[in-house]
Design a protein around this ligand. Structure first.
Ligand code: ADP
Ligand code: MG
Length: 620
């Protein structure tokens, strides 16, 4: 019988996702087991940063005098490794929440990629930090002794073998503020209880931690604030190591910008663009990740307003001596400071991209292929930086080779002085746009057309509206006028003006409400007809979007203008069939309209078309 003075430890089950994560972490053959040290040290460092912050405002603090440092202790006889910090610590409830449910963004992203790619993606683990749980790669048991900074909270110990359950029970009362993690190592992982091994790992991964680190009582040297040092004493390897440490990243940075300024604000900044755009892989929206420091002291790891939304892919740090340590987003004066910082940083980064585009065009295009979507978002939404951003956009066009996009400035350099507009076409792919009927007339007149093949492009074009005084115009809009149209040479069989007029009138009567207007076209060369949306605002892409979102207006009847090519054999034959076989002529007319609607991306229900087509085929 147990005595009632020692309550049985409370046993809890891990959240299902954590179990899944633990299972993979423990059972996959993970080559770089050593990263668990980095994860735990970085948690300790986070806890110390948070505490340093609390100190500014809170009074009732436990162990207020305790030194802000991290200490590691190895014991190769007992095969244990202990990592201790004097950070903010955790209460019993916080232990359960933080270590029993999934919070870590890296772990979340990892699980998501698993659920998408299945178990075969388990080797992806090397690309994600799985945070605290990585300790279970090497441990048979993990004990987390923790005491919250709050004076009225008692110390507790969280214990688990990673098999699905954990316990929380009171810890010895003398446990100091902060967290002590005791890792009992698996036999085959005993190397992590050797001082030399841990020393080497700390030097590799934790060189930038801004708190003193002790290993078995000896101070390990850390490198302080890379961003404050002069560029010429920093190697690429230093930068890369810093990026990985600071952004919890496992890739090499794609671009970096290290700069300082004195006016209008004193700034030292080190910004990185990662290799990949995780939003592209369907992962959650990126959050601000450039940290804000004042004289090496972290003020906010994820300040929301430091950079515009569209720069949310950037990593790195910004340090400004002009900031008050207890800056708050609420007070007007502090807000104004952040806004000022935002302006300087954004301008500087845009300048950097402009230089990259000019000096290293290949690398810029690679960057653009991955991150261009953010520049488009900026061009469409950030009025202040729109002009600079539009210059950075790149599109393929009717005059570029596939895969070789052009800038709007280059487009204009090829255009004649008379050209008052910049033309673009929206479509699912380069091939689809090239095969559509809209390009012909522009090609025949040597007018370049930009190819917009990304879903956001139409929105971007509609918002950007103009560049360098020239309007951006969709080449398939009903009211595009190609004024200087050189008439294609008349050929035998061309329908006369009268015949064309009478055919157009007949088509209008025959097609009825399906068309707003039927007219002879001057932009067609190789196609018999084309359809343009008569509704300027409700473009095909817009209609699809509204339909997808179930918005009003999506169901409003489609109104198109139907343009016919009097020089095309099909039209000439149709004109003759009107007299010889009126029934068939009607079917052909409707089919031609449907063909044009397909090219325009406007055919909504193909079932009637299929029936009609079969009828036409029967007639032979
Ligand atoms: P992340 O660090 O990305 O949040 P982790 O899995 O590494 O994810 O840690 C989960 C959570 O556990 C942390 O967010 C933090 O709240 C808590 N935690 C982990 N280690 C410590 C520590 N040494 N001191 C205080 N809290 C900690
Ligand atoms: Mg962590």
């Amino acid at each position: 019988m147990s005595t009632e003075t020692t309550p049985a430890p409370q046993s809890h089950e891990f959240q299902a996702e954590i179990k899944q994560l633990l299972d993979i972490v423990i059972h996959s053959l993970y080559t770089e087991k050593e990263i668990f040290v980095r994860e735990l040290v970085s948690n300790a460092s986070d806890a110390l940063e948070k505490f340093r912050h609390l100190q500014l405002t809170e009074k009732d603090i436990h162990d207020a005098e305790r030194k802000l440092e991290i200490s590691l202790t190895t014991d190769d006889k007992a095969k244990t490794l202990v990592i201790e910090d004097a950070g903010l610590g955790m209460s019993a409830a916080e232990l359960a929440k933080n270590l029993g449910t999934i919070a870590h963004s890296g772990s979340k992203a990892f699980l998501k990629s698993l659920s998408e790619g299945g178990q075969k993606n388990a080797n992806l683990i090397g690309q994600f930090g799985v945070g605290f749980y990585s300790a279970f790669m090497v441990a048979t048991k993990v004990e987390v002794f923790s005491r919250s900074w709050r004076a009225d909270e008692a110390a507790n110990v969280w214990t688990s073998d990673g098999a699905g359950r954990y316990t929380i029970e009171p810890a010895p009362a003398h446990t100091g503020r902060g967290t002590r993690i005791v890792i009992t190592l698996k036999e085959e992982c005993a190397e992590f209880s050797e001082e030399q091994r841990i020393k080497e790992i700390l030097e590799r991964y934790s060189a930038f931690v801004s708190f003193p680190i002790q290993l078995n009582g000896t101070h390990i040297n850390t490198v302080q604030a890379l961003w404050l040092r002069s560029k010429n004493e920093i190697t690429d390897e230093d930068y890369s190591a810093f990026y990985k440490f600071q952004s919890h990243a496992y890739d090499e940075p794609r671009l970096r910008l290290h700069f300082s300024a004195d006016a209008p604000l004193q700034i030292n900044a080190l910004l990185f663009v990662p290799q990949d755009n995780s939003e592209k892989f369907g992962m959650s929206r990126l959050e601000a990740a450039v940290s804000l420091y004042c004289r090496k002291v972290l003020i906010d790891a994820k300040p929301k307003d430091l950079l515009p939304e569209w720069l949310r892919f950037l990593k790195g740090v910004v340090d400004s001596e002009d900031l008050p340590l207890n800056i708050s987003r609420e007070t007007m004066q502090d807000r104004a400071l952040i806004e000022k910082l935002n302006k300087v940083l954004t301008k500087r980064f845009l300048k950097f991209l402009t230089e990259e585009a000019k000096n290293r065009p290949e690398a810029y295009l690679e960057f653009y292929a991955t991150f261009g979507i953010f520049l488009k978002e900026g061009a469409a939404t950030d009025y202040t930086h729109k002009d600079e951003l539009v210059k950075l956009l790149r599109y393929e066009s009717s005059l570029t080779e596939a895969g070789k996009p052009t800038s709007l400035a280059d487009y204009l350099s090829r255009a004649t002085a008379e050209q008052k507009e910049i033309y673009y076409l929206v479509g699912p792919s380069r091939a689809a746009i090239e095969n559509g009927p809209y390009l012909e007339g522009f090609k025949a007149r040597n007018l370049e057309v930009l190819f917009c093949t990304e879903a956001v492009d139409e929105y971007v074009m509609n918002n950007v509206r103009e560049f360098d005084g020239k309007k951006l115009v969709a080449a398939d809009h009903a009211d595009v006028k190609l004024a200087d149209a050189p008439k294609p040479p008349a050929a035998e069989g061309d329908l006369s003006e009268d015949d064309t007029k009478s055919l157009a009138d007949w088509l209008k009567t025959t097609l009825g409400d399906r068309v707003a207007e039927v007219k002879s076209s001057d932009r067609l060369v190789d196609s018999p007809a084309l359809a343009t949306n008569a509704d300027k605002f409700l473009t095909p892409q817009m209609r699809r979007m509204m339909k997808a979102m179930n918005k009003d207006g999506a169901e409003s009847p489609l109104k198109v203008n139907f343009e016919i090519n009097p020089r095309h054999l099909v039209m000439q034959k149709l004109n003759a069939t009107r007299a010889s076989n009126p029934g068939r002529a009607v079917l052909v007319a409707e089919q031609l309209l449907d063909n044009a609607l397909i090219s325009a991306g406007l055919l909504e229900d193909p079932s009637a078309m299929v029936k009609r087509l079969n009828k036409l085929l029967e007639q032979g």
